[in-house]
Every structure is written in C-alpha cells, then in structure tokens.
Design a binder for this molecule. Structure first.
Ligand code: NAD
Ligand code: UPG
Length: 430
C-alpha cells in the first residue's frame, strides 16, 4: 500500500519506518528540510533505539521524504503526525494541524480517487470531525471528483521504546466514520495485527480521540497517586517501593507505573493532562482529580530539594544534577523534571553542574549559564550534594565516584543509586 505521513517527529518517523518495514511504500512530508534530507540519506532525525537501523534500511528507497504535499496524490492514505502543543491556558494549539489540513486538501483537489486522512496526533474530541474534516474538504473544493474521509488512530508508543512499542502494542484503536475507512486501516495494519495480535478497538472518531486522553490521564494519575502515597511512606519511615510491589500484585491495580519519584514529565503527560483540564472547563466541568494529579506532580521537585537542603546549605555550593532527559532512553527534555529542579537550585544560588549521557545539548539551550560535565564522575567530583532526576542505567553503576564529592550527600529521585555505604543517601519516597 502507498502511505503518506505528514510530520516526521517522534511519532511520524517511528510509524514511517515501521510501515516501510511492513512492506508498504511510505512518503513522509515535513516542513523542516534538514529532517527531510536526513531521512532520504538513511538517518533518523531523532534518537530512538532501533530506529536508525530501520531508517538506514528503507530511507531513500521504500521510504522517501519530501517537503512537497503534492506527493500525497500518489498515496491511498495520509497520516497526520503533527504537533498539538499547549496554548497558555493549557488547551491544544491546533494551528499546525489546521494549516496542514488546508495544504493537504488543496493537494488532494486534483486526485482522482477517494482519500483517507488519519489523525495520529493527540486531539480533543471533535477536532477531527468538526475542525479538520470541513477544512480538508473546503480546501479540496467543490469541483473535486473525490471524497476525503477522516479517521482517528491514536498512538500509544512511549519515547525510548517507540519502535518496539509500535510493533507490539497492547491495542490498536481505529476511530472511523465509514466501513471503508475501517477496511483501509485494517489493510495498513494487517502485518502488525497478524504478527503481534493486539486487541483491536473498532470505535467512533470522538471515542478514539478521548481514549488517547483517558489513557494518558489514567497513567499520569496513577503515578501521582503512588507519589502521594510515597511521600506519606517517607514520613512514616516506610519504603514506598515495597508497598508498590505488594499492591501491584493485585491484578486490579497492576504492577506498572508505580515507580514513585520526582514525578512525570515528557512531551505528552504534562500537555495532555492540561489539555483535558482546559477541555473540561470549556464544558463547565471542574476536573478536581486531574487538577490534583498535576498539583502533586509539581510538588515533587520541591520535595527533592527539601531533602537535599536538610543536609547541605546549597547556596554557593557545587551541586550535581544527574540526568536531564525526561526519562532514560531519550534525548528529549520536554517536560523534564530536571527543569524545575534546576530552577529551584538557581533560586537558592546553588552552583549547578549537570550531566546527562545524551540530553546535554538540548538543556544547554534552556539553561546556558550552568555548568555541564562530560560524565557523572566529573559532575560529582568536588560536589557538596547530588540529585538524581533521570533513571539512566549508568547511574546504578556509580560507586567510588561518590568518594570524590566534597560532601557525599545524594538525593535519589528515581531509585537508581545502588551505593548506600559511607554516603548520606536519601530516597524521595523511601
Ligand atoms: N512523542 C510521543 O511519544 C507521542 C506519542 C503518542 C502521541 N503523540 C502525539 O503525536 C503528535 C506528534 O508528536 P511528536 O512528538 O511526534 O511531535 P514532534 O514535535 O516530535 O514532531 C512534529 C514534526 O512535525 C513537523 N511539522 C510541524 N508543522 C508541520 C506542517 N505544517 N507540515 C509538515 N510538517 C510539520 C515538525 O517539523 C516536526 O518534525 C502530538 O499530537 C503528540 O501529542 C506523541
Ligand atoms: O512508574 C512510573 C512511570 C513513568 N514515570 C515518569 O513518567 C514520565 C512519562 O514516562 P513514559 O510514559 O514511560 O514515557 P512517554 O514517552 O511520555 O509515554 C507516555 O506518553 C505517550 C505520549 O502520549 C504515550 O503514547 C505513552 O503511552 C505514555 O506512556 C517520565 O517522566 C517517567 O519518568 C514515573 O515517574 N513513574
């Protein structure tokens, strides 16, 4: 099948590579010429395990990239994997996806056969049918010989494991208005459905849009709840991880997403919880639990710092921040808990030295005035305290490096440090 994908970020590039791997012919469209060049030369524009190998195999042959929307005319279906960032009030900014729908509609005006546009981006219920569908068809014009249909196919991959998550999902959701859209999506996903046999949810467009938000809101709330319980555990001298391991044995609770710590970040949970809160207010519903979910999350970096300040006066002291990415396995710093942690340290005049194996370059743009070390060992050398913000595996191997600290105070926000002897070690919830 011939597939086009608009937007070549974390979602667009991953699905492009995996669709090519299924045997489909894929054309990606992006406004960023550098991204287009990279893809055509077989290089992934983002850091994701396993992605470079796929792009290397298919980029420039079965997977072609372009900036020209005209390419969609030679395809059967177009996926929109465009950003839907937050407006100041938390609602989603649909400008990129709307602009793209207009250009796409114009490009499709001269196509002779019907076309399906599938929204992969996370959008509030009603966006696909009430906003994008009319935009596409208006832009295509009344003279057109074909009909543009829309569908919604939310994406549940996580960064750091994007390729394997996409290839082996728990579920695939088709939100459609017509049987022909469902049939076309089934054909696109046929290799994946046959190989990994995920649950297939065949539903309406608005339901599909809401399933995506509900999924993320549930997971973010689960983490905030374990963080709240974890904070309480700490006050009572109880290890939150022992408690989490036990409650996770209850199938109704489940063992995943019970790692308490410095909180959730990323490009999705912060944006999507705020978007759902804004959408609730739009219909005069007060989303108290979602607001509490966000509030608990915002408190965790302060708790991390309070634990550090219990042992060290951070003012004018060298403090190491270990980890800048919002989670391990990615160079993405969007929504990273390292940002509020660094801001708080700055408010207390700490002399900050940060380290991350892959995300330093991005953080330098946000915080150009702090020091960055080449290794965790270099960051710890001479430091009066250290906070751990990202769960990188390499931090578990740190040992003698702590002996080089001026004061060996370590506050772990992710439960990754294994060395406990001869240092002052505090876990945020244990
Ligand atoms: N990142 C994730 O893990 C993830 C997972 C599931 C769903 N989502 C959702 O998927 C959507 C995309 O997220 P992402 O993280 O892949 O975004 P991203 O920011 O990584 O990538 C977006 C890409 O779109 C391009 N672009 C912007 N405007 C364009 C236009 N008008 N025409 C063509 N290209 C354009 C940008 O240059 C960029 O390459 C969002 O709605 C997000 O909420 C993201
Ligand atoms: O037990 C846990 C699990 C995660 N986190 C944190 O939560 C954030 C998000 O982690 P994760 O969900 O693994 O990564 P994302 O790439 O943000 O993926 C989420 O957001 C994506 C975008 O919508 C969805 O597609 C995924 O299903 C959803 O898991 C990170 O800061 C993690 O450190 C915790 O603090 N404790």
């Amino acid at each position: 099948m011939d597939i086009s994908i608009v937007g070549s970020g974390y979602v667009g590039t991953t699905i492009a590579a995996c669709f090519a791997d299924f045997g489909h012919t894929v054309t990606t469209i992006d406004i960023d010429e550098q991204v287009v060049d990279q893809l055509n030369h077989g290089t992934a524009p983002i850091h994701e395990p396993g992605l470079n190998e796929l792009i290397d195999a298919y980029g420039g042959n079965r997977l072609q990239a372009t900036t020209d929307y005209a390419a969609v005319r030679d395809t059967d279906v177009t996926f929109l994997a465009l950003p839907t960032p937050s407006n100041a009030d938390g609602s989603i900014d649909t400008s990129a996806i709307e602009a793209s729908a207009r250009t796409l509609g114009e490009a499709l005006a001269t196509k002779d056969s019907d076309h399906l546009v599938v929204v992969k981006s996370t959008v509030i219920p009603g966006t696909t049918e009430d906003v994008l569908y009319p935009l596409l068809n208006d832009a295509a014009g009344e003279e057109t010989n074909q009909r543009i249909d829309v569908a919604m196919n939310p994406e549940f991959l996580s960064q750091g494991t994007a390729v394997t998550d996409f290839q082996t999902p728990d579920k695939v959701v088709f939100g459609t208005r017509t049987d022909s859209a469902t049939e076309l999506l089934t054909a696109v996903f046929e290799p994946l459905l046959a190989e990994s046999e995920p649950a297939l949810v065949d539903t309406g467009v608005r339901e599909a849009e809401m399933i995506k938000y509900a999924n993320n809101a549930f997971l973010a709330t689960k983490i905030s709840l374990i963080n709240e319980l974890g904070n309480l555990c700490k006050e009572y001298g109880v290890d939150a991880y022992e408690v989490a391991a036990a409650i996770g044995l209850d199938d109704r609770i489940g063992e995943q997403f019970l790692r308490s710590g410095v909180g959730w970040g990323g490009s999705c949970f912060p944006k999507d919880t705020r978007a759902l809160i804004a959408a609730a207010r739009d219909v005069n519903y007060e989303p108290s639990l979602l607001e509490a979910t966000v509030e608990v999350n915002e408190k965790q970096p302060k708790r991390l710092l309070d634990l550090l300040k219990k042992h060290v006066d951070v003012s004018d002291r060298r403090i190491a921040v270990l980890g800048l990415a919002f989670k391990s396995g990615t160079d993405d710093i969007r929504g990273s808990r390292a940002k509020p942690t660094i801001e708080r340290l700055q408010e207390h005049n700490a002399d900050i030295v940060a380290y991350d194996p892959v995300a330093t370059k991005h953080m330098q743009e946000t915080f150009p005035d702090i020091d960055y070390a080449e290794s965790a060992a270099a960051a710890l050398n001479g430091a009066h305290g250290a906070v751990v913000v990202t769960d990188w595996d390499e931090f578990s191997a740190l040992d003698e490096e702590f002996d080089q600290m001026a004061d060996p105070v370590v506050v772990d926000g992710r439960r990754v440090i294994t060395r406990k002897d001869d240092i002052i070690y505090e876990g945020i919830t244990w």
